[in-house]
Write a protein that binds this ligand. Structure first.
Ligand code: G6P
Ligand code: ZN
Length: 542
């Protein structure tokens, strides 16, 4: 039986960088999730009888919303729902399922790297038929719809048993509970030389993967320990927990400090890695060296041809604007395309679909390729392992040789979290107003060469995205970028991205913050961070 339930709109359902993210109690308000899901369906056309993929990162409230979404999909006329067993699908695995089974689209329930639990974060995101996040045209339509919605449709069949693999007909719609790992693991076996990696591991290469009590646990266990033969215990925190064990499932140097310390110790394993809540981010640490996401992108792009899936070379590289220019140097030397997009994986979709870019990456720990339309944490780890297996060198040797060949882009991000929203907006507005006066201005030995408010002109669909971050470029190729985070749920987070290019290999061993000290001072001077935010120092430095 299909029920039409009347509802009243919520004014705050505007999707951010990656879907709608709010605290769980906000999602638990009457009809809050239902309104948003119906707004998604109302913004789509032509899905009658088609397949919808549903899955999430296993966080608190995941199962409840999955049941609602299945019943609403049935009431709205979808022909089939494919849902991961236990309600689990990593974000890249969901993207793969949408593509492989030619689904109409998918609903991914995740707040990515944000904490989970009864008072923590939850999120709903819609992905289109190419497997990627919905473009702004659709997210804008969803928001507009959410502001006027007055009813939603839901079927009243009993809850689906999500804990066994099965296929059932629930009053006209098929619900298929699928193995969340199988198709993804098969795709990884196609792209990478599992034989070579297995051989490397059998020769004593030690790897340490932290699943952070989040969604990659079952995937990593299957791939690293079962298929690649890494000893039991190589994958830690592998059981997905609704509250991620009380941790923040963000694979950075703050939240993976234990792994980092271990990798810097004398008896460190050869390779350490981690992924986030929903499995799309990655952290790569070699014995004695942390690889920044920007360097990782450049190194993966430069060596991708060593993996079977990319043996014919790559068409181009795309990176988000705040990501360092390390990848640009690789593209230039290889004669392949390079594209600079706004922050947010959705901007890579058109370039990938058009075959213009093969490998994409962001400073926010995302790397991926045209194999799916999301960034992919385990993919990045496997490409690293494939490269290490073929080259037979250590991570530190590969990174230092890369710098020697291409030069080093010293890079750091300073985050000011939980800043008052008005203060943060005030800082950006003041900077924007100042832009025309900046060229020629000196900060110590640094001279501003150019300054702008980044706008992206999509070369494929010709859409324009304005106000994507303030860039201050200095003579000699150094740069400072200011941007407000689009993924937080409380207050504002100011991100300051700092970068210096150093071609001279005798100067590649300076401590990063020291190498960037004059730029850090210039960032403070140009934006008056302290004056606007009252903060003396960033909360997180990566
Ligand atoms: C999500 C998106 C990424 C993006 C990141 C930026 O993780 O999937 O594509 O780079 O958010 O986050 P921010 O907090 O800087 O807006
Ligand atoms: Zn994520």
């Amino acid at each position: 039986m299909i029920k039409t339930v009347s509802t009243t709109p919520y004014a705050d359902q505007k999707p951010g960088t990656s879907g709608l993210r709010k605290k769980v109690p906000e999602f638990q308000q009457p009809n809050y999730a239902e309104n948003f899901i119906q707004s998604i369906f109302d913004s789509l056309e032509g899905y009658q009888g088609k397949t919808l993929v549903i899955g999430g990162d296993g966080r608190y409230y995941n199962r409840e919303v999955i049941q609602k979404a299945i019943k609403m999909a049935a009431a709205n006329g979808f022909g089939k729902v494919m849902v991961g067993k236990g309600g689990i699908l990593s974000t890249p695995a969901a993207s793969n399922i949408i593509r492989k089974y030619k689904a109409f689209g998918g609903i991914i329930l995740s707040a990515s790297h944000n904490p989970g639990g009864p008072t923590e974060d939850f999120g709903i995101k819609y992905n289109i038929g190419n497997g990627g996040p919905a473009p702004e045209k659709i997210t804008d339509a969803i928001y507009e719809r959410s502001k006027v919605i007055d009813s939603y449709k839901i079927s009243d069949f009993p809850d689906i048993n999500l804990d066994r693999i099965a296929r059932e007909d629930v009053g006209g719609m098929i619900v298929s509970v699928i193995d969340p790992v199988e198709d993804y693991a098969a795709l990884m076996e196609e792209l990478f030389d599992f034989g070579a990696i297995r051989n490397l591991i059998s020769l004593g290469f030690r790897l340490n993967f932290d699943a952070m009590s989040a969604v990659t646990g079952p995937y990593a266990k299957e791939i690293f320990e079962i298929r690649l033969g890494a000893p039991d215990g190589s994958v830690r925190n592998f059981l997905p927990l609704p509250d991620f064990g009380g941790h923040h499932p963000d694979p950075n140097l703050v939240h993976c400090k234990e792994l980092y310390d271990e990798m810097m110790s004398d008896d460190a394993p050869d390779f350490g890695a981690a992924s986030d809540g929903d499995g799309d981010r990655n952290l790569i640490i070699g014995k004695g060296i942390y690889v920044t996401p920007s360097d990782s992108l450049a190194i993966l792009a430069a060596n991708a041809n060593l993996a079977p899936g990319y043996s014919h070379g790559i068409a181009g590289i795309a990176r988000s604007m705040p990501t360092s220019g390390a990848a640009d140097r690789v593209a230039e030397k290889r004669g392949v395309g390079i594209y600079e997009t706004p922050t947010g994986w959705k901007f890579f979709g058109n370039l990938l679909d058009a075959g213009m870019a093969t490998i994409c990456g962001e400073e926010s720990s995302g790397t991926g390729s045209n194999h799916v339309r999301e960034k992919d944490g385990l993919w990045a780890v496997l490409l690293w392992l494939n490269i290490l297996a073929v080259r037979g060198e250590s991570v530190i040797d590969i990174v230092t040789q890369h710098w020697a060949t291409y030069g080093r882009n010293y890079y750091s991000r300073h985050d000011y979290e939980g800043v008052d929203t008005n203060a943060a907006n005030g800082l950006i507005t003041a900077l924007r107003e100042k832009l025309p006066t900046l060229p020629g201005t000196k900060y110590g030995d640094l001279t501003v060469a150019a300054a702008d408010d980044f706008a992206y002109h999509d070369p494929v669909d010709k859409s324009v995205s304005q106000h994507q971050g303030i860039r201050i470029m200095f003579e000699g190729g150094s740069r400072v970028v200011f941007r407000l985070s689009g993924t937080g749920t409380t207050g504002a987070t100011l991100r300051v991205y700092i970068e210096r290019y150093e071609p001279d290999s005798t100067r590649h061993n300076i401590e990063t913050q020291e190498a960037l000290a004059d730029l850090i001072a210039a960032a403070q001077a140009v934006a008056d961070i302290k004056g606007h935010t009252g903060r003396d120092a960033p909360t997180v430095i990566t």
